[in-house]
Design a binder for this molecule. Structure first.
Ligand SMILES: [Zn+2]
Length: 196
């Protein structure tokens, strides 16, 4: 709710594509539906959505967003993040997830799991009083870092990414490593199956 009040996130009507067979929202373009196997195609629709409009001129990802200061900056990830759409859709149709019904959106819309993952890490770190550090592979980072931009600096915390193979694993700040990895495995599986 705070993120809506300060304008970081917004509710907006937008054009989307819905699967003709199961109503799964495939996104803004005509992708094949991954939630069913009917290959029925998609139809256009207008839906009220939760969105994040990236501020112009602000990088999606920068050096300070990475843990392990002595490691070289993964420039390819920074460039890839910068190519994310200017408007990110943060509401998705899923069988499970954090319902966005309380915001007044359709009951079948849930928070995009990539943003949900970031919020989960922040909540876990706040509960433990530790720095939020998310360990992940470069491939996973390429898929999710743009969705963390709205919340990476939030509540007095700064969430940073630690890339496997580039971090000292025994540091105190990585105490939540196991928790984060378990969460990620669940979200990654869900995202890979149904996100387009
Ligand atoms: Zn479908």
């Amino acid at each position: 709710m705070d993120l809506l009040a300060n304008g970081t996130l917004a509710l907006a009507h937008g054009k989307v594509r819905l699967c003709r067979a199961c109503d799964h929202m495939t996104g803004e373009v005509d992708h094949a539906c991954r939630a069913c196997t009917t290959d029925a195609g998609t139809r256009p629709a207008i839906r009220q959505l939760l969105v994040h409009d990236r501020p112009e001129g602000r990088p999606v990802l920068e050096r300070a967003d990475f843990h392990a200061n002595r490691a070289s900056m993964p420039a390819h990830l920074v460039n890839l993040a910068q190519s994310a759409p200017q408007r990110l859709l943060l509401s998705r149709t899923r069988a499970c997830g954090i319902s966005l019904g309380p915001l007044g959106l359709d009951a079948n819309l849930v928070l995009d799991p990539r943003l949900g993952l970031h919020l989960t890490v922040l909540a876990a770190a706040a509960q433990r009083g530790e720095d939020p550090v998310m360990t992940l592979t470069e491939n996973a980072a390429a898929h999710i870092v743009a969705y963390g931009a709205p919340v990476r600096r939030w509540g007095g915390m700064q969430l940073r990414y630690a890339l496997h193979g580039c971090i000292p694993y025994d540091q105190h700040a990585l105490a939540i490593n196991a928790t984060v990895c378990r969460i990620w495995c669940a979200v990654c599986w869900s995202t890979a199956r149904t996100t387009r």
